[in-house]
Design a protein around this ligand. Structure first.
Ligand SMILES: Cc1cc2nc3c(=O)[nH]c(=O)nc-3n(C[C@H](O)[C@H](O)[C@H](O)COP(=O)(O)OP(=O)(O)OC[C@H]3O[C@@H](n4cnc5c(N)ncnc54)[C@H](O)[C@@H]3O)c2cc1C
Length: 424
């Protein structure tokens, strides 16, 4: 059985269990889903609600990809501000996507409640923190864009942000009350459990190794079985392995690492993120910090722990901890892990049409908890009703961007150099 190799906190503290057999037979269903993260599992839930028979194939274990490795910030919308989304997609398509994803956190927390998913769900809002005066100007712009859309956001001064974060060096923050945090692996496993309870057939350790489309049916082969289906969703995003017929898409792989301390004592928890907000910042080489339910502090930033920058990132995170929370100077980290993000050139996600009855979803650009939940749900509705208008983004025939390997090196080198030269 394939396991995550790193020391991933979410693996160590996950309260939801989920185990499934490998596929060892031939099946025919309405809808086959490849990939068991948020996108695939929410599609499976919605498809069962719509009365379709469903089979989900996961190459490893549920949550093996980004869904079991991320920060757990359940944010509304995309990282790209809503006016920019409209400039890129056009006013109508842009506003449709903005509206759909603005409701994303509500969809996530509703599913958690509906299926009693034990995933440390906390809906107190998240804080986008200014790392500099220029960062605060960026937040003012984001605040104006959200305010005109009646979003429940507040722009906080440096003093107000200092009280809510307990951190030094924060130049103000944008509080978004729609948002919150989860234990992401538990959310993914809980979704898989819910889908299974609703009657979806889920198989782990069952990589799709070959897909084809003939006589109106998809055929997906694993090493020991085959699934035939009328509709197919490729929900493998940044973790795709193998080739999938009619799939024409590419992205830049970018890595993001995290470190977690041991649980902090009660006195520290009264001042460090006392209201348990999840935080990320305005820096180009972004960083994040949050607490888990046991009171560990989890911090992260862009970079891989398997490439040359590992030592640089590890030494930077210690300086960053000291800078933000001087009282944690001697605190050791107990967990460290990283994950891969699928970046697109304009930072917007893509739906790729695969013939008339297949869809691929990719490119969440590090913002996939709410968007993945919205998109998985919408794709299942689309196949159930054959109604394109239920999709938040219009599918395209292909999405190919150039120089992805060069851009990958650029991101990793940029993050390493920043972490090397910045004293925090
Ligand atoms: C470190 C990190 C931090 C992040 N932080 C946040 C955050 O705070 N908030 C947020 O909203 N988003 C965040 N993201 C983004 C978010 O995690 C992803 O966008 C989201 O998990 C994507 O979900 P998914 O279901 O589309 O894909 P994944 O969760 O990656 O699932 C894809 C699955 O497909 C499987 N697979 C691949 N190939 C095959 C095959 N041939 N056959 C069968 N199965 C296959 C993989 O094993 C994997 O389990 C972060 C991502 C990372 C990596």
């Amino acid at each position: 059985m394939t396991r995550m190799s790193e020391n991933n906190l979410w693996q160590a503290t996950v309260a939801e269990t989920f185990n499934a057999e490998s596929l060892i037979e031939d099946l025919e269903v309405d809808f086959v889903i490849i990939g068991g993260g948020f996108t695939g599992c929410t599609a499976a839930i919605e498809a069962r609600k719509q009365g379709m028979s469903v089979c989900l194939l996961e190459a490893n274990n549920i949550g093996f990809g980004g869904s079991g490795r991320n920060v757990g910030l359940v944010n509304a919308g995309l990282w790209t501000p809503p006016d920019d989304v409209m400039s890129i997609l056009g006013p109508e398509a842009g506003e449709k996507l903005n509206k759909a994803l603005s409701n994303g956190p509500s969809q996530v927390f509703k599913l958690i409640e509906e299926f009693d998913i034990k995933c440390e769900a906390t809906r107190n809002g998240t804080l986008h923190c200014a790392h500099s005066p220029k960062g605060f100007t960026d937040l003012e712009n984001r605040f104006a864009q959200q305010e005109k859309r009646d979003a429940p956001v507040e722009l906080l001064s440096a003093e107000e942000a200092a009280i809510l974060t307990g951190a030094s060096g924060v130049f103000g923050a944008l509080l978004d009350r729609r948002a919150g945090t989860v234990q992401p692996l538990a959310y993914a496993r809980g979704l898989a459990r819910a889908a299974q309870q609703l009657g979806a057939k889920i198989y782990e350790n069952s990589p799709a190794i070959y897909t084809s489309f003939e006589n109106g049916l998809w055929s997906v082969k694993t090493t020991r079985g085959t699934v035939k289906a009328s509709y197919l969703l490729n929900a493998t995003n940044a973790y795709m392995q193998g080739n999938i017929e009619h799939y024409s898409s590419s992205f830049t792989p970018v890595y993001y690492f995290q470190f977690a301390t041991k649980p902090l004592d009660d006195a520290l928890l009264k001042v460090i993120l006392p209201e348990k907000h999840g935080c990320w910042d305005t820096a180009t080489v972004m960083s994040s910090f949050r607490r888990d339910a046991a009171g560990r502090l989890i911090m992260g930033s862009i970079g891989s722990l398997e490439k040359m920058g590992k030592g640089v990132h590890t030494s930077w995170i210690k300086r960053k901890l000291h800078k933000l929370f001087p009282q944690l100077k001697d605190t050791e980290f107990e967990y460290s892990w990283h994950g891969r993000i699928a970046m697109t050139d304009d930072h917007l996600p893509r739906l790729i049409q695969m013939g008339n009855s297949g869809i691929s979803m990719m490119g969440y650009n590090g913002r996939g908890i709410s968007p993945g939940t919205c998109m998985g749900t919408a794709i299942a509705k689309y196949f159930a009703h054959k109604d394109l208008s239920v999709l938040p983004i219009h599918p395209m025939a292909s999405y190919l961007q150039s120089f992805n390997s060069i851009k990958e090196v650029y991101y990793e080198t940029g993050a390493s150099l920043t972490h090397m030269v910045k004293d925090y």
